[in-house]
Design a protein around this ligand. Structure first.
Ligand SMILES: *Cc1c(COP(=O)(O)O)cnc(C)c1O
Length: 403
């Protein structure tokens, strides 16, 4: 057999296995801007359908906000579309520096450095700051980009059980002979919507002389009283050393991420961080609109307040309908079903009712904890939420999930 044919057989086998395990991801095509009401083409029957979107990370409803679109247009005309360069050659505009200042101020840090994504920020931060003499201590449920970033770093790797402070303390103890220790955690974990225990983690970081890095991608802009993030929520602003976050979720959702922290770290990242040095700069369009997003949420908490109200309202009503949810306050609301096949059926039926949600099951979440993840947005009005609760109730009864 020629190599091409063996290759084809090999990879087809892998794809078939993915399909057999029910893990093959079919993309749906959205024929409208991102928002609460979207038009979706489901390629299986290629029919267009209007549905209410409950699975975007469009937490503040900024993805298609008129003020951001206007800011993007102005940036496009005044600074162009692309820069065709990395930052340190000829890819830094005045607006990149403005965005770095704005995001650093917003999350309460000294300085910030932009990346094309938070995936890149996490891919470039550890290797540049830590070496063999150091240790990284990471929550086992941290985002894939943190796991990959840690893989690229020569520091000793340690994992602690999810949110388990006894295990974290044990790992810190074991790493006391190292030069620097860095604790790494997601601020909010995307499958459960639970918040890292930053009150306890900051205490342990102090006790064991560790640097603390928090990835606040599911928090920046809306968690905490003024939306600064999980450190504000826990009242520990000033005690987290480094925050990485994305512009691809609440802050307009286009692209981009950053590392924020002490200037000394940021200066070094500009010299050493590979995704920063060897990848193209953020488009002026994205920069201009993201600056506008941060201005909007710095001036007023109206959007995060509305999101908060929407999350409370949905949580209260869905619980009253008889569903079991993961308790909390976050706009990620996991509706616990248990059985994987049932979850997939339910998501399909809900889609038929005009509610777009996604089911998660093993191996993405532990066996027996299959769930439907609902994500609220400030773009939702109460009628959207009412429609969702009605659809959940109807489908839930049909499938015997609730009485
Ligand atoms: C979404 C997410 C990322 C990736 O952000 P991008 O900017 O889309 O690359 C990284 N970390 C966490 C915790 C996330 O939720």
């Amino acid at each position: 057999m020629a190599v091409q044919e063996r290759v084809r057989t090999h990879y087809q086998g892998i794809l078939d296995e993915i399909k057999k395990a029910n893990l093959y991801k079919e993309e749906r095509f959205i024929h409208s801007p991102q928002g609460a009401d979207i038009v979706v083409e489901y390629p299986v029957h290629s029919k267009l359908k209007e549905v209410v979107n409950f699975c975007a990370n469009n937490y503040l409803g900024l993805s298609s906000h008129p003020a951001l679109i206007e800011a993007a247009k102005i940036a496009l005309f005044e600074r162009g579309f692309g820069l065709s360069s990395v930052r340190f050659i000829c890819g830094t505009q005045d607006s990149h520096k403005v965005l770095e200042r704005k995001i650093a101020d917003f999350v309460g840090m000294e300085d910030a450095i932009l990346y094309s994504s938070c995936f890149d920020a996490n891919g470039g931060v550890f290797e540049a700051l830590l070496g063999e003499e150091d240790a990284l201590i990471s929550d086992e449920l941290n985002h894939a980009s943190i796991i990959d970033g840690i893989r690229l770093c020569k520091a000793e790797r340690r994992r602690y059980k999810h949110a388990d402070m006894i295990d974290l303390e044990h790992q810190l103890n074991e790493a006391q002979n190292k030069r620097f220790r860095m604790i790494v955690t997601d601020g909010v974990f995307s499958m459960d919507g639970d918040v890292a225990k930053l009150d306890e983690i900051t205490r342990l970081a102090e006790k064991y002389d560790a640097i603390l890095l928090v990835d606040d991608s599911h928090a920046t802009g809306f968690v905490g009283k003024t939306g600064r993030g999980t450190h504000e929520h826990h009242g520990v602003m000033g005690k987290v050393d480094i925050i990485t976050t994305t512009f691809g979720k609440a802050l307009g959702g286009a692209a981009g991420g950053c590392v924020t922290g002490p200037k000394i770290f940021i200066d070094l990242l500009r010299q050493r961080s590979r995704p920063y040095l060897f990848s193209n700069t953020l488009s002026p369009v994205v920069v201009g609109a993201t600056i506008k997003a941060i201005e909007l949420i710095s001036e007023s908490t109206a959007l995060r307040d509305k999101l908060d109200e929407n999350a409370r309202y949905f949580r209260r009503r869905i619980r009253a309908a008889g569903f079991e949810i993961k308790e909390g306050f976050h706009p990620i609301v996991p509706i616990m079903i248990g059985d994987a096949a049932l979850v997939q059926k339910m998501a399909r039926e809900l889609y038929a009712e005009g509610i777009y949600v996604v089911g998660f099951f093993f191996p993405v979440v532990p066996k027996g904890t299959a769930r439907i993840r609902v994500q609220l947005s400030a773009a939702h009005e109460s009628h959207h939420i009412d429609k969702a609760v009605e659809a959940f109730t109807k489908v839930g009864k049909q499938l015997g999930v609730i009485k």
